[in-house]
Write a protein that binds this ligand. Sequence first.
Ligand code: NAD
Length: 282
Amino acid sequence: MQTIWIDGRAMAKEIQADVAKRVRRLTRVPKLVVIWVGNNPASAVYVAHKQKVATEIGMQSEVLHLPETTSLDELRNQIELLNQDSNVDGILVQLPLPKHLDSDVVLETISPDKDVDGLTSFNLGRLICGQPQLMPCTPMACMRMIESVEPDLTGKLALVIGRSRLVGKPLFQMLLTKNCTVMQAHTKTENLSALSRQADLVVVATGPAGLIGVDDIKIGAIVIDVGISKQPDGSIKGDVRSDEIDGVAYAATPVPGGVGPMTVAMLMENTVKAAEMHQGIY
Ligand code: NAD
C-alpha cells in the first residue's frame, strides 16, 4: 500500500489564500493580538510565525510581549483592555504560560467572540452542544486533514490518544459530530496498543516522541500525528514513528510539515471569521 502523506504546508497555503480573499472583502482590516508572557524559546518561534502569516495575508498583527513576572491580575487587565478595543478581532494567549499563571483562569477572560483559539468554556460548550462558533485550531486542523482523504467518516472507529483541553477533548467531540465511534486514551489507559490496532483512524496528541509505531496500527488506518518534540540535535519529532508506518497506513501526516502549519491556517480562518462576525457578515 502506498501511504498518502498529507502535506500540511500545501493545504495551509491554499486555506491562507482563501482567507486573504475574505480579508480583502472586509471594510476594516482584521486585527489579531498574540499575548506572549515570558521568554519560552519555543513560544518565540510560534509567535513570530503566527505574526508573519497574519501579515502575509493582509491582517494586522500585534504581539503583546509581557515579562515573566506578570501577575494574574495584570494579565487579565490587559486582556480586558483588548476585549473592549473595537479594532481587535482576535486574542490569542500563547501557551504554555509561566507556572504561576493558571491558564484555565486566563483563557476564561477572553471575550468569546475574540477567542480565536476556541478554548474558552463558552466556545467549547457550543462545540459540545452542536452549535460551534470559534473552534480550537489544532483539532480543526486534524479534521481538515482527515477529511481531505476520507470525506465520509460515518461509522469509522476512531481513537484519540490524549485528553487535553487544547487538542484531545475537542477533537473527540468533532469526530463524534462526524458520526465516528470514538475512543479516547490517556496515560491511565491500559493496553493502548490493543485499542489502537482496532481503530480505522488514530490521532496521537500526547508528547512522547515515537510513542506509536507499526505494531500499534491496523493496516490501512489513517494516522494523524499532532506531537511536536524537540530532540537534543535540534530536530523535531512527532508521536508516531513515521518511517515504520509508511506503506502500512492508508494516509498519515508528517512531522514537521503536517498538523503544525495547518493549525496556523486555522487560526487565520478563525480570525477572519471573528472579524466577519464583528462586521455583521457572518
Ligand atoms: P498535554 O500535555 O496537555 O496532554 C497530553 C495528553 O496525552 C494527556 O491527556 C495525557 O494523558 C496523554 N498522554 C501522554 N503520554 C501518554 C502515553 N504514554 N499514553 C497515552 N496517553 C498519553 O499536551 P497537548 O497540549 O494536548 O499536546 C500534545 C502534543 O501535541 C505535544 O507534543 C504538543 O507539543 C503537540 N501540539 C502540537 C500542536 C501543533 O500545532 N502541531 C498544537 C498543540 C499541541
